[in-house]
Structure formats: C-alpha cells, structure tokens
Ligand binder design. Structure first.
Ligand code: ARG
Length: 460
C-alpha cells in the first residue's frame, strides 16, 4: 500500500513485510491518552502564537476529544498500516475534521519530539503511581512494626544466627529501603520534568513557537534547552527502569525471606491462605507462590533495564528507529511493579507472626555472645579482642555441654571475669535494650525509626 504520510517523496508501494516490521502500533497504542494530551497542548500553543486560528484550534480540539472517546469506547479501528499511534490519531483527525485543518496540527512538530513527549508523560505518571503504592507498603510495614516491638527473633549474617532483634526492627529495615525507593523515584521525576515538545525533528523550527507554554500546559517544569538532546534522550525511561529494578531488588529480598521464614524449618510467619496456593498432587502443601513470582519477576525487570541500555548505547544523535524499541520494556516493568507492589501489600496485611517459634529459635546459636563480650569491655575495661576470646571459650564449652549460652545459670562458673550482675545479660529482652547506638534494635530506637517513617509519609 502507498503510505499517505510520506507519499510525496515515494513512488513505490511499501512492502507488506515492511508495514508489519516497522509498525509499533500494537505497543504504543497504550500511549493514546498521552498523545492526545500532547497534541491538545501543542495545538493550544500554536493558537496562542497565532499559527492556528481560534476556529482551527476549536475544530482540532473537538476532533481529538472525539478520538479519545472512540478509543476509550473501543470504537476506534487500529490499522497496522498507520504504523504508530501518532499517525493513527492524526489520520483519524483529518478524517473527522477534514485534512485542510487536521493537516495543520503537525506544524512546528515532528514525531520525534511528539513520541519523546508522550513517553515522558507516561513515565512521569507511572512514577507517581509507583510512589503511592510504595507509600501504602510503608504504612503496612509501620503497622506491623508497631505491633511487634517486643516480638523477639534471631537475626542472621551468612544465614547463621547473629543477634537478638525484634520483628519490628527487622521489618522496619524494609520500610527504609522503600523510603529510599520513593526518594529515588522523586529524583527521577525531577530530572524527567523537562518537555521535549517543540524540539521538532532535531533542530527546532522556523515558526515563532512558545515551548514554555506547551511545557506548562503539560505540567512540565520547563522545555528542554537543546532540541537535539530533547529528541535523542531516553534517560527518563532508563531512570525509571533502574528505579524499578532497585525496588525489585528489595522486594525480592523480602519475598525470599518470607518464603524462608514461612517454611516448616523456620515457621516464624504464616502467609494467609488467601495468598497461598496448593499442590495438584500433595494434599498437605501450602505454597508461597506470590512471593516466588515477585522474586521471579525481578529477572524480567532487570532484563528490561539492560535491554534499553543496550539499545541506547552508541546510538548516533538524534532519533534513530532503534529507539522505537524503548516502550515495551518500560510498559512491562511498570505493569509488573504496579501489580507486584499491590499484591505484596495485600499479602503483608494478612501476615501472621508466630512469636513463640521466633522466641524458641533465639534459644539456639548463642545469640547473646556479643552482649557478654561488650559487658566485659564495659565492666572490666578489657580490650574487645580479649573479651571476644573469653566469650569464644564460653561458647565452645557450652557447645561441648550441648547447651546454648542463654541456658547458663551462672556465668562466673564459666569465667571468673563475670560477676553476679552479669547474669542479667542472659535475657533476650535485655539484650535488645542494651543497644544504645542510633538506629539500633532497642525499643526506644525502634520507636524513633517508626516516627521517622511516619513523618516522611506525612511530608511527602
Ligand atoms: N513509532 C516511533 C517510535 O516509537 C515514533 C517516532 C518515529 N519517528 C521517526 N522519525 N520515524 O519511536
């Protein structure tokens, strides 16, 4: 078929293979709202600059709104021969209001700045949606943290028992990861807040346009200062892909721990039936599929980032068709993030914490050993290395006796450096509250951390 858009230059017909290979309509039709919004702002700007008459602008506005309704009501016929959403809408506009006026919309614009604008608008609104889901997640973490300030559990390094902490302290660690994720998204949003619209093909235009106006109409802070950069830049997509990749690093770690902690080996937590699945053969099974899926989806989210980085690498300025490959991955990462954060939050709301099992687990692994060493440093002014050695000996002795050091009745019997008072160290609660440093696991510090997160939510 002959392509109407560039029929002036071409004598021959497009190959059917080319039409299909070249088209991005199946993917970028999801940008129809952004495209119409961008066109409305562009047309209004052209009108204010007297490049379009008021009547022409009114006709274009009416036509674009009609097209939006057609698409929303599924009455719009998508034809792959239109190549992409920008051409599909422009063609339909001319059919609706006549090519005489419809054909004027593309004055002082190119698809290069148009697509960059649409895609940026999508990235900005997706960024905000992800931020608000992360805020919901932090709220759920806060309510778990408030409820479990005294729910004692072992912490781990190398997945070996380390020290006593509370469930509250543990889950707050994730709260602060998600807080950083929100801050990272905000930084990306600010960087993306400059409008490419009006950059045209790459060099700007000979019309006296007002890019500041179209930027403001689209809620951008300002126009991008260099037209060539404006049409070549996909940093905003990379930034969002990276932000989502980091979010999934965090959710995959949380999900991994929920899987471990809900296994019969740990039994620290129980995932609600409504977020678990069964087995087709083993009647007893209750599987943490949601956590596994979120953990698994991390792979595709990382892949989408690497894929666009690779597409953009070494591309000559300005627009190259390679860049049409930018959308699928970002759409996928955004959808994956929205769905995963929503279900993770719902699942966490129904999470059951098995306090008794966590407490029982603290009785293994000599979790109090560091507290004993610290005591010797405090009371006897021993160098920490020497205290470490003494407590190491006590641990070795307890191991031989087949007990945990928390079961020792009188520490003095194990080493004469300890006195009567030292026996108060043999309590998990004391261990928790002995911590004095900022950000520690003590109840006082945990309360401060809760306050910090609450204030962040209030102010953002
Ligand atoms: N469908 C294209 C894309 O998504 C729109 C930009 C086309 N520009 C061009 N010069 N062919 O990248």
């Amino acid at each position: 078929m002959k392509n109407e858009m560039w029929s002036g230059r071409f004598e021959g017909f497009s190959s059917k293979l080319l039409e299909e290979f070249n088209a991005s309509l199946n993917v970028d039709k999801d940008l129809f709202k952004e495209d119409i919004k961008g066109s409305l702002a562009h047309a209004q700007m052209l009108c204010e600059c007297e490049i379009l008459s008021k009547d022409e602008f009114k006709a274009i506005e009416k036509g674009l709104k009609e097209i939006q309704e057609e698409i929303e009501n599924k009455n719009f016929i998508f034809d792959i021969r239109d190549e992409d959403i920008h051409m599909a809408i422009e063609k339909r506009l001319s059919a609706l209001i006549g090519a005489e006026i419809g054909g004027k919309l593309h004055t002082a614009r190119s698809r290069n700045d148009q697509v960059a604008t649409d895609f940026k608008l999508f990235a900005k609104s997706s960024n905000l949606k992800i931020q608000s889901l992360l805020k919901e997640l932090i709220k759920t973490i806060l309510s778990l943290a408030k409820e479990h300030k005294t729910s004692i559990m072992p912490s781990f390094t190398h997945l070996q028992h380390a020290q006593v902490v509370s469930f509250s302290f543990y889950i707050l660690a994730y709260g602060f990861m998600f807080l950083r994720d929100i801050k990272r998204l905000k930084a990306s949003y600010d960087l993306a807040n400059y409008s490419p619209l009006g950059a045209c093909a790459l060099a700007g235009t000979s019309y006296k346009t007002n890019r500041k106006l179209s930027a403001t109409l689209l809620s951008f802070k300002e126009p991008m200062p260099n037209a060539m950069d404006a049409v070549s830049d996909r940093d905003f997509a990379l930034d969002l892909l990276y932000d989502i990749a980091v979010i999934f690093t965090h959710t995959s770690r949380l999900c991994e721990e929920l899987i471990l902690f809900s296994s019969s080996e740990f039994s620290f937590i129980s995932i609600s039936d409504s977020f678990s699945t069964g087995s087709s053969i083993m009647p007893q099974k209750k599987n943490p599929d949601v956590c596994e899926l979120i953990r698994g989806k991390t792979g595709r989210v990382y892949g989408n980032l690497i894929s666009l980085l690779t597409t953009m690498k070494a591309l000559p300025l300005a627009y190259n068709k390679d860049m049409q490959e930018d959308k699928e991955g970002l759409f996928d990462s955004v959808n994956t993030a929205l769905a995963s954060l929503e279900i993770l939050n719902a699942m966490l709301k129904e999470l059951k914490i098995n306090k008794e099992n966590m407490l029982k687990a603290c009785q293994k692994g000599h979790l109090l050993a560091t507290d004993l060493a610290d005591y010797l440093v405090r009371k006897k002014q021993l160098p920490f290395r020497q205290a470490h050695f003494i407590v190491g000996k006590i641990v070795a002795k307890a191991e031989k006796e087949g007990i945990d050091i928390c079961e020792i009745k009188n520490l003095k019997d194990y080493d004469e450096n300890f006195d009567e008072e030292a026996n108060s160290l043999l309590s998990f609660e004391n261990s928790l509250n002995l911590k004095q440093s900022e950000g520690s696991s003590s109840i006082k510090s945990v309360e401060k951390q809760i306050e910090l997160l609450e204030n962040f939510l209030k102010s953002s």
